[in-house]
Design a protein around this ligand. Sequence first.
Ligand code: AP5
Length: 214
Amino acid sequence: MRIVLLGAPGAGKGTIAKLLSDFDGSVQISTGDILRNAVKAKTKLGLEAQGYMERGELVPDRLIMDIMEARLQEPDCAKGYLLDGFPRTIPQAEELKKLLTKLNMKLDAVINIDVPKEVILDRLTTRRTCSNPDCQEIYNIKSKPPSPDGKCLKCGSPAVQRADETVEAITKRLETYNEKTAPLIDFYAKEGLLKTIASLSSDEIVSQIKEAVK
Ligand code: AP5
């Protein structure tokens, strides 16, 4: 399947992308994970992106489009892809539309995961993420805990809090979402691609997505 996962920080985009990827082999493409790996590896991209990310701001569209233009042409995308955290602004959505036309590809759907703000805040302060760049399994100390000594259950690396999980950065990320990303809901409704799912259950969200792309 080829879908975009929209939703506020902490709505569960990464969690749902991993479940869908296990289901049919579509590849999860998380711009957040790509950027965090670049920051960790101290690449040119990482050095440019780091400050924006730690403040909870968006990285410039130009950097993101360079990443995505190359990524969508990699061979594993032939199986389908789950865009997690991209597009994030109207200019990114417009550029994606042009890019998909150029690559002769079509999206099946844009899924808007709609979760109340109080749930989001709780999830973001209790999330833990595997620190191994090749794994990045997502945990939650309440709903899906790592091992008792804080290790990833898949690969054994420490499960840690992200650098943008301070109260200040979370607040800024939510503001940025409302200002820059929420307008994509109307954009994709006009394109006839939008499906909003207001459920707190990952299993329910996954089954509604499977139904939507049938
Ligand atoms: P990114 O990594 O994309 O972060 P985000 O959008 O803020 O989303 P999150 O990863 O925080 O949340 P999520 O929705 O994936 O939720 P998760 O599944 O983890 O981006 C980070 C930064 O990179 C941005 O701020 C920006 O600077 C930059 N960036 C990235 N893309 C960009 C772009 N396109 N343009 C410009 N800049 C960009 O779930 C959250 C928690 O809830 C977890 O603990 C999980 O276990 C738990 N949970 C999930 N679902 C459930 C459930 N059903 N029940 C109970 N718990 C659940």
